[in-house]
Write a protein that binds this ligand. Structure first.
Ligand SMILES: [Zn+2]
Ligand SMILES: [Zn+2]
Length: 304
């Protein structure tokens, strides 16, 4: 099975601490690295985790807060120094584009590759990118500025051929793609061989939802229902619920409630406030509602 791995580059929040770095993640699948948010200094840890910058073709930014996007200009400049020629696509809210245009014009005016900005309407849940095997959907979130999460979902694959059956019924190679697509086969004597006898079911699809930063968002569970892995911010523990309300963030229990209501496979919490110094307590709080919860940490890779 192709890998579908989430790498945590940074899982802190706006106030710098020695414990965590600003938000950045990479979803690696089929030889591509999809970057999600790019806080200051993300490229340094990115390189340290052995991830290839060449394989980053698309970057998805949740919102125009420094801890989620200030790493972009430096990253693009480094890509230029490394001799990149391939187009780079940046998806994000419209507030981000003027910042990036100014930063790139100032710091890397002679780029040898094209940087294309795609505006994401953060109020809509809609398909914003797809390739042969993957779809990316926006997830409207509730924050102090326009903000959205991203849902990555594999497209259903084709059924798998049973080589022994293909040989037994002497099905020509020219028909293999039709059989994979679900076609039955008719023998010379008119007998129908159902497709289920010739193939096995396609590999189950996998999905990942990234939700940061946000206050509790009632519309969220329905649109991420059943994802294999959910990253949901838990900036504060439950004792600091009042701070979460002031800053449009979530607590551990609120993140876990989303995971429970959406019936996800696994929950990863992070985007820790600099005020939080007992992450095990945060984990216990989340697990009291959703047991299959893990703490995000720099350098952590989660296989989906
Ligand atoms: Zn943030
Ligand atoms: Zn924010």
């Amino acid at each position: 099975m192709e890998p579908f791995d989430l790498h945590i580059i940074g899982c802190g929040s706006a106030n710098p601490t020695g414990r965590h770095r600003p938000a950045c993640q990479v979803l690696s699948t089929r030889g591509k690295n999809f970057m999600i948010d790019c806080g200051e200094g993300s490229q340094t840890r990115f390189a340290r985790m052995g991830l290839s910058m060449k394989r980053v073709g698309h970057i998805f930014i949740s919102h125009a807060h420094a801890d989620h996007c200030l790493g972009l200009p430096g990253l693009v400049c480094t890509m230029s120094l490394l001799g990149r020629t391939a187009q780079l696509h940046i998806h994000g809210p419209q507030e981000l584009e003027p910042f990036m245009q100014t930063a790139l014009a100032t710091f890397c005016p002679n780029l040898e590759f094209q940087v294309t900005f795609h505006t994401v309407d953060t109020r809509q849940h809609q398909l914003i990118f797809e390739d042969r095997s993957l779809e990316v959907w926006s997830l409207p979130l509730r924050h102090r500025v326009p903000c959205c999460g991203y849902l990555f979902r594999e497209k259903p694959g084709q059924r798998h051929i049973r080589r022994d059956m293909i040989d037994m019924y002497e099905i020509p190679v020219s028909q293999i793609n039709n059989i994979k697509a679900g076609m039955d086969w008719t023998l010379p004597d008119g007998t129908l061989v159902p497709n289920e006898r010739l193939t096995t079911p396609p590999t189950p699809i996998r999905s990942y939802a990234y939700c940061s930063d946000t206050a509790p968002q009632p519309s969220l569970p329905a649109i991420i229902e059943g994802v294999d892995l959910l990253f949901h911010e838990a900036t504060f523990d439950q004792d600091n619920e009042f701070r979460a309300r002031q800053t449009f963030h979530s607590t551990t229990l609120e993140a876990a409630q989303v995971a429970r209501d959406a019936r996800v496979g696994r929950l990863c919490i992070g985007h820790y406030s600099s005020r939080m110094d007992d992450e095990q307590k945060m984990l216990r709080e989340a697990q009291s509602i959703f047991p299959n919860t893990v703490l995000a940490a720099e350098g952590l890779t989660l296989n989906i």
